[in-house]
Unconditional design. Structure first.
Length: 89
């Protein structure tokens, strides 16, 4: 799992039928202090996340393990919205 911040939406009116109804969000990776890092991913949203929220996402075959993404052509999925993060030092 990777920590990220939702920074935008993706709209695609023409897409594979298996993506119909899937909300796509742009997620930038962040560090433990929520500082944005280089790079981003377009992820399918399985939890109702929105712009500005800190989320957990995964990629690869794990991205197809949620109810919302099973048997769909996705390589990244948001599977949690982070409420709080505690860390030592």
């Amino acid at each position: 799992m990777v920590l990220g911040k939702v920074i935008g939406n993706v709209w695609a009116t023409r897409k594979d039928q298996k993506l119909t109804g899937v909300k796509l969000l742009i997620v930038r990776t962040v560090d433990l202090d929520y500082k944005e890092k280089d790079g981003f991913v377009v992820a399918a949203d399985s939890v109702g996340a929105g712009v500005g929220e800190i989320v957990l996402y995964c990629t690869g075959s794990s991205a197809r393990q949620t109810e919302a993404t099973e048997n769909r052509p996705v390589d990244a999925v948001i599977m949690a919205i982070v409420d709080k993060l505690d860390k030592d030092a």
